[in-house]
Write a protein that binds this ligand. Structure first.
Ligand code: ATP
Length: 376
């Protein structure tokens, strides 16, 4: 297995009119031996382009890709010892499952009994043994995706690449395949690079996650580190569902203490007194604009609060209440700000109901609205 390194990696596409578009803008990333690295970001952020450069399906405009310290920019895709699993499975419809899985090895002129052994072993791992004589159209979407994974496994590559492999599956099958791919990673102990736009997949599968936006890397970290300590507003808003709430305002002094004063509502702005930690962070930003970020689960409704936590309560109106089972998503409005809270489902909430809510300030984040970086 292998370390994969991207050094100042750039990809420019040229259109017919000879103008260039920079899809990947000089990214640096070290993917460790046996790591499950997820590249995640919204459509068009450059994650597939990065993966395709590693696979050798796109030329590198500038920078270098190394595998185990060997630069592979000019190495042919077939000689990179990499296997890629695509979103659309890319199976040959006229071949059986066995033939589909054996195809790559046949091209590489492996002996027949070695091919048979590898295909049977992979089929066993993936629960496909009884289906080896079927054609792809006789399989479900999930089973076809497993064949596509099997075709990668039989090659025993140094690195596995996955390009949104689960997006064609229904929600239930996606969850099942997600676990299967994670188990496979544990079993094969392989370096895997996985591209998705789905932050839940990223959080549940990745050893580390690389968040991308507009051809740049915004943050690379372990899932919980990303969730708890986002470095910028983009990562904070992208990771987590429902997303983090952002309140735009100013740092000001109220009764001698530092506070957040919202700036949307000129007539009756709400203010939140900072606790010691936030005061320390906000001190250098007095009278300046600031963004307060708070996750929906760090907002509680007053009904579930004990008296002591009631200190930073504010009023909001319930616009929508979505019961999810054990918890309810409340879409709230302060008159000037919309935000979402995740609260226990033990109470019922009605449209238009006025509610007191409190922010758990020990979990709040402050951001600079100009750079969008976290204030730390
Ligand atoms: P998605 O999740 O939609 O696949 P992505 O993050 O994987 O998005 P890429 O496919 O890497 O994004 O594309 C990055 C940018 O490069 C996009 O703006 C896309 O339009 C552009 N792009 C991709 N392929 C080409 C191409 N062959 N020619 C020109 N532009 C391209």
């Amino acid at each position: 297995m292998a370390d994969v390194t991207l050094k100042n990696l750039v990809k420019e596409y040229r259109d017919d009119k000879r103008s260039t578009f920079r899809a990947v803008k000089g990214i640096n990333l070290d993917i460790r031996n046996r790591e499950f690295m997820v590249l995640v970001g919204p459509s068009g952020c450059g994650k597939s382009t990065s993966l395709r450069m590693i696979a050798g399906l796109e030329n590198v405009t500038d920078g270098a890709i190394t595998i185990d310290e060997q630069v592979i920019n000019e190495v042919q895709p077939k000689d990179r010892n990499i296997a890629m699993v695509f979103q659309n499975y890319a199976l040959y419809p006229h071949m059986t499952i066995f033939e589909n899985m054996a195809f790559g090895l046949k091209l590489l002129k492996y002996p027949k009994n070695e091919i048979k052994k590898r295909v049977n072993d992979a089929a066993d791992i993936l629960g496909l043994t009884s289906m080896l004589n079927r054609k792809p159209k006789q399989l479900s979407g999930g089973q076809r995706q497993r064949v596509a994974v099997g075709r990668a496994i039989v090659r025993k590559p140094k690195v596995f690449l996955f390009d949104e492999p689960l997006s064609n599956l229904d929600a239930k099958m996606r969850v099942q395949m997600r676990t299967e791919i994670s188990k496979l990673h544990a079993r094969l102990n392989a370096t895997m690079i996985y591209v998705t736009h789905d932050q839940v997949e990223a959080m549940t599968m990745g050893d580390r996650i690389c968040v991308m936006k507009d051809g740049n890397i915004m943050q690379v970290a372990e899932p919980l580190e990303l969730y708890n300590n986002p470095k910028n507003m983009f990562t904070a808003g992208f990771i987590g569902s429902p997303p983090m709430n952002f309140f735009h305002g100013k740092v000001n002094t109220v009764n001698g203490k530092l506070a957040f004063i919202e700036n949307n509502n000129k007539k009756a702005p709400f203010s939140i007194l900072f606790d010691d930690r936030l005061s320390r962070l906000a001190r250098a930003h007095q009278n300046q604009n600031i963004v307060l970020g708070i996750r929906p689960e760090d907002i509680a409704d007053a009904l579930t609060l004990t008296r002591e936590d009631n200190s930073c309560c504010m009023s909001a109106e319930v616009e929508v209440s979505e019961p999810m089972g054990s918890e309810t998503y409340l879409y709230l409005n302060t008159g000037s700000h919309n935000f979402i809270a995740r609260v226990h489902s033990e109470h019922r909430f009605k449209f238009g109901q006025n509610l007191k809510v409190a922010f758990n300030l020990s979990k709040a984040h402050l951001f600079d609205p100009t750079t969008e970086d976290v204030i730390s």
